[in-house]
Design a protein around this ligand. Structure first.
Ligand SMILES: Nc1ncnc2c1ncn2[C@@H]1O[C@H](COP(=O)(O)OP(=O)(O)OP(=O)(O)O)[C@@H](O)[C@H]1O
Ligand SMILES: [Mg+2]
Length: 314
């Protein structure tokens, strides 16, 4: 993080006074966020086992079991288990090359796993394309690729899904919905929703990309390194946004190397090392040292203690 970035935007406001959260929620049909399943955490689970849930506990929104993926001679993922519960933020961590992006792309439908299973609210699913992933309500936000620079905020948020009225674009309605969604997420620093995305800061771009995900009624949002290039103020804005998604009941997975971000925002932490899921648990089960140990070596001195008290596994 670089102190000082994002400093001059604090006093800017979305141009569309008079919009309220209540109106926003009424006006934006897709804000009816439905997946409010409770937490699934059951206890420490070192060694990368996805957390088993007790009979009474809700299924996670998305569960991966034994997902493997290779590219030629490179085995990128080894039998990875991962739970992404609704209403919780899961931080996916690991050193460079650990397999985080490949795993994300498997969920996003860009890569096809060689083996393993995925379950959506307990039901087996096959995600064969980004279209399948989007149809389930999964949105992936990539730092640089998420938005079209030459288009404005409204055009970006409706790209490919434009509203029409009597065969012409319904600009007013799209503008209103975009502004209301941003307002409902307390994104207040953009000057105008008609400004080209190229003129936004990194944090504002992230905010628009996330707002787009919310507007389209996503249930699971995957954020690949959302704060990697951001300053202090912008990072705070994106982390606040992540918390708001969670409070709307969405499952959120954040890929991050930044321990500050991870411990600030994550309810659960999943750590990969060289293609394997080496630890997965409630954030409170880790401290900084054990998280760093898992990320850098794939193990931790705390692993034994955690394993000993591990209670339930599939
Ligand atoms: N398309 C591909 N073809 C071949 N190998 C790949 C491909 N994509 C990823 N890999 C390999 O898979 C492994 C995991 O890569 P991945 O991009 O998932 O790492 P990562 O955890 O996201 O790392 P980083 O933190 O640097 O982004 C690496 O060894 C990488 O070289
Ligand atoms: Mg990556």
């Amino acid at each position: 993080m670089r102190p000082g970035e994002g400093r001059s935007q604090a006093d800017r406001r979305v141009r569309n006074p008079g919009l309220t959260l209540a109106r926003a929620q009424m006006g934006v049909k897709s804000m009816s966020l439905t997946h409010m399943d409770g937490p699934t955490d059951g206890g420490p689970a070192a060694g990368g086992q996805a957390l088993a849930t007790g009979p009474a506990a809700a299924e996670p929104l998305l569960r991966l079991k034994g997902v493997s993926k290779h590219f030629g001679a490179v085995q990128a993922l080894f039998e990875v288990d991962l739970d992404l519960p609704a209403g919780q933020v899961t931080a996916l961590c690991g050193d460079n090359g650990a397999g985080k992006s490949v795993l994300t792309k498997c969920i996003a439908g860009i890569h096809q796993p060689d083996a393993g299973q995925m379950f959506w609210q307990g039901q087996p699913i096959h995600i064969r394309s980004p279209k399948d992933s989007a149809a389930l309500g999964i949105e992936t936000v990539y730092q640089d690729l998420a938005l079209a620079d030459n288009l404005d905020i409204v055009q970006n948020m409706f790209l490919g899904r434009e509203r029409q009225r009597r065969f012409i674009l319904d600009e007013d309605s799209m503008e209103r919905a975009a502004a209301e969604t941003l307002a409902s997420l307390h994104v207040t620093t953009v000057r105008s929703i008609r400004q080209p995305v190229a003129t936004l800061s990194g944090g504002q771009r992230q905010a628009v990309a996330v707002a787009k995900a919310v507007m389209w009624n996503s249930k699971l949002v995957l954020l690949d390194e959302p704060t990697a290039a951001l300053g202090v103020a912008q990072t705070k804005m994106v982390l606040d946004l992540v918390r708001r998604l969670k409070s709307h009941g969405l499952a959120v997975m954040v890929i991050s190397h930044n321990l500050n971000d991870i411990f600030e925002v994550a309810d659960r932490i999943a750590i990969m090392h060289l293609g394997r899921m080496v630890a997965q648990d409630r954030a409170s089960a880790f401290d900084r040292q054990s998280a760093v140990d898992y990320m850098t070596t794939g193990g931790s001195s705390r692993e034994v203690a955690a394993s000993a008290s591990t209670t339930r596994r599939d």
